[in-house]
Design a protein. Structure first.
Length: 134
């Protein structure tokens, strides 16, 4: 009986202890693309709209440029976590000032044992580019 309890405890730790959180997704872990000729506000609103199609936005902080989301219960992959980083970069030269918006979309599965799923980060980037006319 004691052996069964220890086995159950070990399985619980392995299953639930290995779960990822949205906060564990850091800049530099995703796919990056650049947007020029559009304002930060336009890119931000586009990102929020596209992410909300298939994900529930847990937190969005426009000042910090971070959107955190997880798969909706009705989505085909509710075990997916997504984090979007949006950073404006101003370049000042003798010819003038230009602004480029750097967008990074990173995702991961909640559980290391999850085998199903699709590349939501690539799909979000493709949809954002399409919506932005890139």
């Amino acid at each position: 009986m004691l052996r069964l309890k220890w086995t159950a405890l070990l399985l619980s730790v392995l299953i639930f202890g290995g779960c990822a959180t949205v906060e564990s997704i850091r800049p530099g872990q995703g796919t990056v693309f650049e947007v020029t000729g559009q304002s930060y506000n336009d890119v931000w609103e586009n990102a929020v709209r596209v992410v909300s199609w298939n994900f529930e936005i847990i937190e969005s902080d426009k000042v910090r440029g971070i959107i955190q989301a997880e798969g909706k219960d009705n989505a085909s992959d509710s075990g997916q976590l997504i984090r979007v980083f949006i950073v404006p970069v101003r370049l000042v030269t003798t010819e003038g000032e230009t602004e480029t918006i750097i967008v990074e979309v990173a995702g991961r599965k909640k559980s290391p044992f999850q085998v199903s799923g699709q590349d939501w980060a690539a799909m979000i980037i493709a949809a954002m580019k399409l919506e932005l006319g890139l």
